[in-house]
Design a binder for this molecule. Structure first.
Ligand code: B12
Ligand code: SF4
Length: 459
């Protein structure tokens, strides 16, 4: 093919008991859209999770989307039949996102693409991916559909058998231009820079219909290797973008497009960031930009020196999530050796000294990992309460290829190797005597009670 290829990129539906839009955007897919466009391809983006879709929000079959603080909110959703492996859960099951008729209309309005790229995120959201692909193939029966993303990379065999895609892509970004060329005959003009994250253009957020917030990825990779986490598998090398790139992205979206809220997706936002992040945040202060930053992915407590706490506050961080995980020291060592409880208390004091209120300081605690006792989590919640911060539970989601995976498989009475639906943190496949689903629910209620008790301060 000599002419410019037209590639359609799709963010699929989410199927889950619940799904809150906590600054969720398909950042990987939008980065690929920017790379393809810069390389000379025509691109279009369809977002099955668009919260502003009028047809869906008016549709009697749908529960409409809601819009909350700082660009977050609930996706619109439709009740659908619970997949058989989850039968027994006394919860409702939904497809989150736009109504199928709206997706059909959006696809029908496009020219026939040469290639469709569908992304995937959580492994246990695959039914939404499968359904999206089915509809895409119905509208464009002759167009090959490629599936990539986190689920595709963590469960490639499952995806190959069940998703109905023509191809499941596990290659890293550097390998994609040659696949595009082999398929379309078109040689991307920027092929050489796909493999270098530092040279990527900004994600193509302009292709999204509404920009209530912009997600930011200033680095990939993490220097730690925690046994429950897939970071080192998905992004084995730590690479950081320059302060200049970060500032340019903020400048464009804030000063030219009026975006106020930015959410960081980095695995290790502040670690080893003396030059880039510090310089970028100082520039935000110098320019007097009134930006609100959020860290839905935890930040590392050990990075929170007095200087960093002051800088985070001065540059506009609003929602902080700290990764304490547990207050038991042997577990802290076992789960990556990133933090100690004393360090946590000092960091919270420093944050408060810099001007952050209890409302703004959330703390993630892990719940239900193999070997962990229920009372350990209750103790950790109390520890966070003593610090006058807000505890949030991260219920364990077993992730394939991680160091803890084998232990999780041995512990679970469900087929987590064969059925990714069991990776769902709400399903809690590693439930067991002494740490049941009811125990987990009680812990969640306890954490919520502590959050409610905290004084609501206005910073
Ligand atoms: C940001 C993030 C979040 C955000 C939201 C992300 C979103 N968009 O919805 C928040 C903080 C809300 C979140 C929440 C959770 N998360 Co999270 N999250 C991440 C994180 C750190 C980064 C994802 C990302 O954007 N990466 C950056 C982009 C550039 O990468 P990418 O999407 O993979 O795209 C690249 C390639 O895959 C490829 N690609 C992508 N699509 C396509 C398509 C085609 C066709 C092709 C060719 C290529 C391709 O190209 C891109 C460039 O290379 C990952 C860890 C990680 N390092 O990936 C965990 C991760 C995805 N999360 C995970 C978990 C466990 C959770 C939670 C369950 C935690 C908890 N217990 O509460 C919750 C669940 C939320 C829910 N509603 O169910 C797990 C996955 C679990 C699973 N079983 O799948 C991960 C892997 C971390 C881990 N523990 O190992 N998360
Ligand atoms: S510190 Fe966070 S991102 Fe890094 S390996 Fe551990 S859990 Fe994953």
């Amino acid at each position: 093919m000599k002419r410019t290829p037209f590639i359609l990129l799709i963010n699929p539906w989410i199927t889950d008991f619940a799904a809150y839009d906590l600054w969720a955007k398909p950042l990987g897919l939008l980065s690929l859209a920017a790379l393809l466009r810069e390389g000379g391809c025509g691109v279009a983006f369809v977002d099955c999770l668009d919260r502003h879709d009028a047809f869906t929000n008016e549709h009697p079959q749908c529960l409409r989307a809601t819009h909350r603080k700082y660009g977050t909110g609930k996706f619109a959703r439709m009740r659908v039949e619970m997949p058989e492996p989850l039968a027994g859960m006394r919860r409702k099951w939904f497809r989150h996102g736009i109504h199928p008729e709206s997706l059909r209309a959006r696809l029908g309005a496009l020219d026939k693409p040469d290639l469709v790229w569908v992304t995937s995120i959580m492994t246990y959201w695959y039914p939404g991916v499968e359904e999206t692909i089915r509809l895409v193939r119905e509208i464009f029966p002759e167009t090959p559909v490629w599936l990539g993303g986190i689920y595709a990379r963590l469960c490639p065999q499952h995806a190959a058998v069940h998703m109905g895609a023509h191809r499941v892509i596990t290659e890293s970004a550097g390998g994609l231009p040659s696949l595009v060329e082999a398929h379309t005959g078109f040689s991307l003009q920027n092929a050489a820079l796909w493999g270098d994250f530092r040279q990527w253009p900004q994600p193509a957020m302009d292709l999204t219909a509404h920009r209530d917030f912009v997600p930011l990825l200033t680095s990939v990779g993490c220097p730690y290797n925690c046994p429950y986490c897939a970071s080192s598998i998905l992004q084995p090398r730590r690479v950081r973008r320059s302060a200049r790139c970060i500032v340019e992205e903020l400048r464009f979206w804030h000063t030219e497009r009026g975006v106020m809220d930015f959410a960081f997706y980095d695995d290790a936002l502040l670690l080893g960031r003396e030059e880039e992040m510090r310089e970028a945040l100082k520039e935000v202060c110098r320019q007097g930009w009134k930006i609100r930053f959020h860290t839905p992915n935890a930040i590392h407590i050990r990075a929170l020196t007095e200087e960093w706490c002051d800088l985070l506050h001065a540059s506009g961080f609003q929602t902080l999530r700290l990764g304490l995980e547990t207050n038991r020291s042997h577990r802290q060592r076992e789960w990556g050796g990133k933090v100690e409880t004393d360090t946590f208390h000092s960091a919270v004091q420093r944050l408060r000294g810099s001007g952050f209120s209890s409302d703004q300081i959330g703390v993630y605690l892990l719940a239900g990992l193999p070997g962990q006792e229920c009372w350990e989590v209750a103790e950790a919640i109390e520890e966070v309460e003593r610090a006058e911060a807000r505890p949030f539970l991260s219920e364990y989601s077993p992730v394939p290829h991680t160091a803890m995976w084998k232990e999780a498989c041995a512990l679970s009475s469900f087929d987590i190797e064969g059925e990714p639906l069991y990776h769902n943190n709400t399903f809690f496949a590693c439930r067991r005597p002494g740490f049941s689903l009811a125990d987990l629910q009680q812990l969640k209620t306890l954490a919520e009670r502590v959050r409610r008790k905290l004084p609501h301060e206005v910073p």
